[in-house]
Each structure stands twice: as structure tokens, then as C-alpha cells.
Design a protein around this ligand. Structure first.
Ligand SMILES: Nc1nc2c(ncn2[C@@H]2O[C@H](COP(=O)(O)OP(=O)(O)OP(=O)(O)O)[C@@H](O)[C@H]2O)c(=O)[nH]1
Ligand SMILES: [Mg+2]
Length: 476
């Protein structure tokens, strides 16, 4: 038990130190291998919140599908993808090219230039998924990839489900849809294990490295039209894919990964709390009594843009449209505390005058916790808004039958400054904000004048976490 706790404590300490490393190499460099049309760009679009046309735009770029050329995406600058495309030019040449590429990147000095992870995509289609390049790759995986983590993604699982669904449906015409669907999913999974996964496992039998896998399907199937579009219940595996990638990445890259992905909000919430607590600890440890340090430091810490900027970075919203600038921060702060300018100024003056008294300690602690929780929730709202916008952009161009250069769709912005303001305003007048405040104040009141406990980092973390949970529980 003690060991487990020690482990957790060590992990926490390491986590704190690796936070520092984030700024140094603020990009994830990912290699995606797999045949043409297998769904690589679709996954990129989904996981990194890049409109589909932008994710596929590499088709028009010279060097497209040249593994040596990293593809940057203007709408998410924290990811660089090396997309192999198929290996139509021949297996041996393909393997050599990939091996040389891995080798050259391995020798690069800076972490940001090295390959951080490899996704190998195989479609749940056809009878021989591991022929050709795949066979060579998996049989020599240790040699080709070295220490770089590899994750296998089985794409288009939905197609397998569809196949079984139509067979089962024909055989059992009196079955209700849900029953047919459930049965089909079970059959598809069996099929997948027997046909696709087993083949890969057999090729990997001599591999020393551990390779994890994930099944994804119907990430977005806009060509189907209708109800499937943007329905999160119809997508399989993307959240797990993100979690599994997070698990296999080097420790120093994990926060960067949480930041880069735009699919899993919970990971970002967790890291926002961690980032906030880091500021809390910095203030606590640099002074004997937390929140009663040099008055300037206390005021600066709580009102400073550090919390705003650190949390903003984790959510990785469209950088061009939403900067964590002073105006946005003031707007957020006013929303969180539901104060107008006059009240803001008045309370700041009050803080400065009364900074050393016990009342201001509580006041400052509450402010700190509300800031972390409030900024996190505002970002969570913007996150879902932006995600829906990007999905709309993606399906729009396909539904309208427009190609990559089609006009019209680029008029939708994922997150306009106006929309940022709107969402902040909506938060200000929401039940979420009221509950968040009430929860934090209520927790702190429990301690009465014995404030010591409320300045304990673990206690503060708990209060913030619970407040966020309560607020998210009521929805918008
Ligand atoms: N049914 C289904 N279709 C998918 C899935 N993923 C992608 N597709 C479709 O498959 C087609 C090809 O997808 P892309 O993401 O462009 O494939 P790619 O691997 O990037 O292809 P290249 O860029 O040519 O190498 C598109 O029409 C996608 O909509 C999936 O999980 N299920
Ligand atoms: Mg592609």
C-alpha cells in the first residue's frame, strides 16, 4: 500500500516537472502508416479537431504522402503528421523508406523533431489485411521502430457491423432494430478478432515491444448523410484511441498530447486542475502561509494571467481567433465573479488593504478556486462549441458536393472572437456559474475560521474538482 502511495506521489512530482517541459517542444510529431483510403485523414480530422477538407488537403501539396515531409495544420498548430500513404511502389522500397526515415528522426537532437508515436492503420475490410508492407512491418517492428511506441488502429469497424446487420436483418425480419444492431455488433467483434486482429498478432509474435490497438469506426461518415452526421453516439473508439496513445507516450510528452488532441474534454479538465494547483503550490511554498504572502504576490497570483494562460494552453482552441489576451481574461474574470468594472476595482482595492487579515485569506482562496474552476468550465463550453463547428464545416462541404477548393464552407469559423464573447457571457448568466460559486463557498464555509485545511493542496484540489463536477452535471 505504501508503495502504491509512493508511486502516486512520485508520479505527481514527475508530472509537475514535466509540465515545465511542455513549452520547449510544443508539437506532437506523429507518423500515420496505412494504405490510401483507409481513413487516416479522417482520424486526423476527428482527433485533432481539424476540418476534414484541411486534413485531406495534403492531396494537393507536393510531397503529399511522402513520409519525410511533416504536414502542419493551420487550425491546430500543435500537431505535425507524417503520412505515409500506400506503398504501391513496392514492399521492399517502402520498408526501406520508412526505416530510413525513422532512423534519421531518431538521431535528431531536439525532442520536437523526433517521432513521438506511430499509428498503423488497417481497415476492417478485405481478407488479407496484413499482406505486403504490413507483413514486413510487423515482422520487423522492433528493428524498424526502435523505442517509438506503435499503436494499431483498425478503421472502418462500422462497415463490419453493417455487413452483419444486413445479413442478420434478412434472416430475422421480425427482430426490432436495436436487437439486430446489438447482435450485429457482437458478430462483427468476433469477426474482427478472428480475421483481422489474429492476423496481426501472428505477425507480431516475435516482437519484443508491446503494441496496443484500438478499433475505430464511423468517425464521421458524411457520405451517408442523415442521422449519422455529427452524432457522437455513432462514433467508436476515438476517446479510447486518445487514452491509449496517452498511455504509451513518453512521460514528458503526455501534457503535450492532452493539449494537442481536441476530442477528450475530461483529460483537459484534469490537466487544467493540475496546472491551477501548480500555481497554488508555487504561492504556498514560496511563503510560510499560503495566500498571505507579500501582498503584491497574492494579488498578482490570483489576478495574474498565469492561470488563464496555462489553462488556455491546455485547451488549445483556435489560436488565431482566440488569444488569451488581457481583454478576454477580464471578460472571463468578470463572468466568473459576475462583477462589473466598478465592483472589480473596489474588491481589488479591498484585497490590497486587507491582504494580511484572515478574512482576505479565505477571500483569496475562494477567488483562486473559482478562477481555476471557472476558467476551466468556460473553456469546456468553448471546446464543445468549437468541436460542433468543425464537424459542421466537415460535413458541409461533402453534403454540398463541393470538393476541396469548393466555395462557401470556409465562411464558417470554428471559433470567432464574437462567439468567444457570447460563450463567456452565457456562462456568466448560467446556473453553472451560480452552482460553481455556491459549491466552493459552501465547502470553504465548512471549515469556518479554521482555514488551515482549506489551504492544503489536496483539499483544494478536491474542492475544485467537485465544483467542476457539480457545475458540469447541470449542463448549460
Ligand atoms: N464507413 C466508414 N468510412 C470511413 C471511415 N473512416 C474514413 N472513412 C471514409 O473513407 C474515405 C477515405 O478516408 P480518408 O480519411 O481520406 O483516407 P486516407 O487514409 O487519408 O486516404 P489517403 O489520403 O488517400 O491515403 C472517406 O470517404 C471517409 O469518409 C470509417 O471509420 N467508416
Ligand atoms: Mg489522407
Amino acid at each position: 500500500m505504501a508503495n502504491v502511495e509512493n508511486g502516486a506521489e512520485n508520479a505527481r512530482i514527475e508530472r509537475d516537472t514535466y509540465k515545465e517541459a511542455v513549452d520547449e517542444h510544443d508539437q506532437i510529431r506523429l507518423v500515420i502508416l496505412g494504405h490510401s483510403g483507409i481513413g487516416k485523414s479522417t482520424i486526423v480530422s476527428r482527433v485533432f479537431g481539424i476540418p476534414e477538407e484541411e486534413a485531406r488537403v495534403s492531396h494537393d501539396v507536393p510531397g503529399d504522402h511522402d513520409i519525410n515531409v511533416g504536414i502542419p495544420y493551420p487550425s491546430n498548430r500543435s500537431i505535425v503528421v507524417h503520412d505515409s500513404g500506400g506503398f504501391e511502389s513496392g514492399v521492399a522500397a517502402g520498408v526501406q523508406k520508412v526505416s530510413q526515415f525513422m532512423e534519421s528522426r531518431r538521431n535528431m537532437k531536439q525532442v520536437k523533431d523526433q517521432i513521438h508515436c506511430i499509428w498503423y492503420c488497417i481497415a476492417c475490410e478485405g481478407d488479407r489485411p496484413t499482406q505486403g508492407f504490413a507483413e514486413e512491418f510487423f515482422s520487423n517492428i522492433d528493428k524498424i521502430t526502435g523505442e517509438i511506441p506503435v499503436l494499431i488502429i483498425f478503421t472502418k469497424f462500422d462497415k463490419l457491423v453493417d455487413q452483419h446487420q444486413s445479413i442478420i436483418g434478412r434472416q430475422n425480419q421480425d427482430w426490432p432494430y436495436a436487437k439486430t444492431k446489438q447482435y450485429a455488433e457482437g458478430e462483427a467483434l468476433k469477426d474482427f478478432e478472428a480475421k483481422y486482429r489474429r492476423q496481426v498478432i501472428s505477425k507480431l509474435k516475435n516482437a519484443k515491444k508491446k503494441v496496443d490497438w484500438e478499433v475505430v469506426g464511423r468517425l464521421q461518415s458524411p457520405e451517408r448523410g442523415g442521422a449519422d452526421i455529427g452524432d457522437p453516439h455513432n462514433e467508436t473508439g476515438t476517446n479510447d484511441l486518445i487514452a491509449k496513445t496517452l498511455a504509451c507516450l513518453a512521460y514528458s510528452l503526455k501534457p503535450m498530447w492532452v493539449r494537442t488532441q481536441r476530442q477528450n474534454a475530461q483529460l483537459k479538465i484534469d490537466d487544467s486542475i493540475t496546472a491551477g494547483l501548480k500555481d497554488f503550490k508555487a504561492a504556498s511554498f514560496s511563503n510560510g502561509i499560503p495566500f498571505v504572502p507579500l501582498k503584491d504576490l497574492a494579488v498578482e497570483m490570483i489576478t495574474s494571467n498565469k492561470i488563464f494562460q496555462n489553462i488556455h494552453r491546455i485547451w488549445n482552441q483556435d489560436e488565431f481567433l482566440f488569444r488569451a489576451d488581457k481583454d478576454t481574461q477580464v471578460l472571463m474574470r468578470d463572468a466568473i465573479f459576475d462583477k462589473n468594472i466598478v465592483q472589480q476595482v473596489a474588491s481589488q482595492i479591498w484585497d490590497i488593504l486587507d491582504i494580511t487579515g484572515p478574512l482576505s485569506q479565505a477571500n483569496n482562496a475562494v477567488k483562486f478556486m473559482k478562477t481555476v474552476a471557472g476558467v476551466t468550465i468556460i473553456h469546456e463550453r468553448l471546446f464543445w462549441y468549437q468541436k460542433a463547428q468543425i464537424e459542421k464545416m466537415s460535413t458541409f462541404s461533402v453534403r454540398e458536393g463541393r470538393g476541396i477548393s469548393g466555395a462557401g464552407k470556409s465562411k464558417i469559423l470554428p471559433l470567432s472572437p464574437q462567439q468567444v464573447n457570447n460563450e463567456i457571457h452565457k456562462f456568466r448568466t448560467s446556473r453553472q456559474r451560480i452552482l460553481l460559486s455556491a459549491q466552493i463557498e459552501g465547502q470553504l464555509n465548512k471549515y469556518g475560521l479554521n482555514l488551515g485545511k482549506a489551504y492544503d493542496a489536496a483539499e483544494v484540489e478536491k474542492i475544485i474538482r467537485e465544483a467542476i463536477e457539480v457545475a458540469l452535471g447541470v449542463g448549460n
